[in-house]
Design a protein. Structure first.
Length: 279
DNA sequence: ATTAATGTTCAGAA
DNA sequence: TTTCTGAACATTAA
């Protein structure tokens, strides 16, 4: 589930213990699970990272990027259940990779933990990275959007607005959970054709996206019922307590009180909304 | 005991 | 060209 707020929380959590520190070892954790997708291979990744310093830690859409002193970057894609941890892994069996750092501070390792194992780790040269995640592959970050950019990008497709919000080429960082929450606060029917969105609706969408994502970062993301998502210290997020529609099927609408939240399926994913006040 | 669902991405088909 | 479908995997709920 890690979407923009969760990945931003991971980046902020590990940055103080990773930035400007030298990597002394990269280790594959013992596990009974199938191996993760690591490119080019685990041993090449370990060789390319060991001895390097981390020059920066940043978020690229829903990915965590560690920039290294040798002009290469590690791209961590948590997908469904991946976590970047400084301590307190939920269990040992799903720990995948450990990076150890030089010196003695409060935390001296970072782990990648992934229960489902759909996450990926990739090491790129700077030039490859720029190409792989350039503007043709990844849209502008959701937090960087302006109203004009929303208008330009949404008007260019005829898909349902909920489906368009999940398109990382259109806008980077929004996933299934926050798409429903954003559209609810904006009062927009998730099935609405993007080309039929009015100017006031797009203005509301722009405001709502900004507000929801910023508040979710402040609350350190959403930890759902299965408790998978955790911050770098393995503590739960708090934004799930603010959810208005996501996973609240049959509950009354917090906006209009008249409607009941319903669940529909779009692009094979659940969408939650209030049919009374989202139109 | 099967089957469906759960967050994401991408290749390949329509 | 754009949009849709299914698969990658582990775990839980019905």
């Amino acid at each position: 589930m890690p979407e923009l707020p969760e990945v931003e929380t991971m980046v902020r959590g590990i940055r103080p213990f990773v930035q400007d520190r030298r990597i002394t070892a990269v280790l594959e954790c013992p596990t009974h699970c199938r191996p993760l997708s690591i490119q080019p291979t685990f041993s090449r990744l370990a060789k390319g990272m060991t001895g390097q310093s981390v020059t920066g830690v940043r978020r690229l859409g829903k990915r965590v990027v560690l920039d290294l002193s040798n002009e290469s970057s590690l791209v961590v894609e948590p997908r469904m259940t991946g976590l970047m941890l400084l301590a307190n892994a939920p269990d040992l069996d799903h720990l995948r990779v450990e990076w150890q750092f030089e010196g003695e501070q409060e935390f001296n390792s970072v782990w990648f933990w992934d229960r489902r194992g759909l996450g990926t780790l990739r090491l790129f040269k700077s030039a490859e990275l720029a190409e792989k995640f350039g503007p043709t592959k990844l849209g502008p970050d959701a937090l960087e959007f302006t109203r004009d950019l929303w208008i330009e990008r949404l008007r260019a497709t005829s898909r349902a607005v909920k489906v368009a919000l999940l398109d990382q080429k259109l806008v980077a960082g929004i996933g299934n959970l926050y798409a429903s929450e954003i559209l609810h606060i904006a009062g927009i029917d998730p099935r609405r054709n993007c080309q039929k969105l009015t100017k006031p609706q797009i203005d509301r969408l722009a405001d709502s996206a900004q507000a929801v994502l910023e508040k979710a970062i402040e609350y350190e993301g959403s930890t759902l019922g299965d408790g998978t998502y955790r911050n770098a210290l393995s503590q739960s997020g708090r934004y799930q307590n603010e959810h208005r529609v996501y996973m609240r099927e049959d509950q009354s609408c917090p906006t209009c009180q008249r409607g009941t939240v319903i669940r529909i399926v779009q692009a094979q994913r659940s969408t939650f909304y209030c049919p009374k006040c989202q139109c």
